[in-house]
Design a protein around this ligand. Structure first.
Ligand SMILES: [Zn+2]
Ligand SMILES: [Zn+2]
Length: 201
């Protein structure tokens, strides 16, 4: 199963240019089997997610979130639907603990995008993955990201970070098994049972 873990929609992300359904159709046209909406500070309401899944089956749509921590780095979260994710100002250690306690998945989006170093404490609080490829990962930073992930013993995920339909296909992840549900997807990701595929290297 090919899954893009980092996608935006204009309904929930002001910086996105394409609507939710345009993004889903573009992902399907690109040959993906599944995607995760990770809008900035906004979750997809559960009933809406169910309706989208019914409409586009067998294509799968999951609901995550992208959160800016300490005004420094962006973090992707999957598997937690607590509205506190949307409402609180998060520090990275607090968010990490919150997600861990609830059995979720947490990854650092586009490392080195805003700073020449990773400026949150990933040594003390290792995420489940680093994003090693997306439209917002500079090609010259990809080796550093892989190296940092290797040091932490965590995998690299490849995504689109699509804010517009034509960004799909930049990166995706080939899962070793088909997730039955969101909790299963989180287990697969946390176990590193996938291969990240990047089209821009
Ligand atoms: Zn954005
Ligand atoms: Zn993003």
């Amino acid at each position: 199963m090919k899954i893009d873990l980092h996608v935006h929609s204009s309904e929930r992300s002001p910086c996105a240019r394409s609507r939710e359904e345009e993004q889903i159709q573009a992902a399907i046209a690109c040959g993906l089997d599944a995607m995760v909406f990770t809008d900035h500070g906004r979750l997809v309401p559960q009933t809406h997610l169910e309706a989208l899944n019914q409409k586009y089956a067998p294509f799968r749509i999951f609901g995550g979130i992208e959160i800016t921590v300490e005004e420094k780095e962006d973090v992707l979260v999957l598997g937690v639907h607590d509205p506190a994710l949307e409402s609180l100002q998060w520090t990275y250690p607090t968010l990490h603990t919150f997600v861990r306690e609830r059995g979720g998945w947490i990854a650092l989006a586009h490392p080195f995008r805003y700073h020449s170093d990773i400026v949150i404490d990933i040594a003390q609080y290792p995420p489940d993955a680093l994003e090693g490829c997306s439209t917002n990962v500079a090609v010259l930073n990809q080796p550093r990201i892989r190296e940092a992930a290797q040091q932490l013993g965590i995998p690299v995920v490849c995504n689109s970070d699509a804010h517009v339909t034509h960004s799909f296909g930049v990166g995706y992840n080939l899962l070793h098994e088909e997730p039955e549900d969101e909790a299963h997807l989180v287990r697969i990701l946390r176990a590193g049972a996938f291969v990240g595929v990047c089209a821009i290297i």
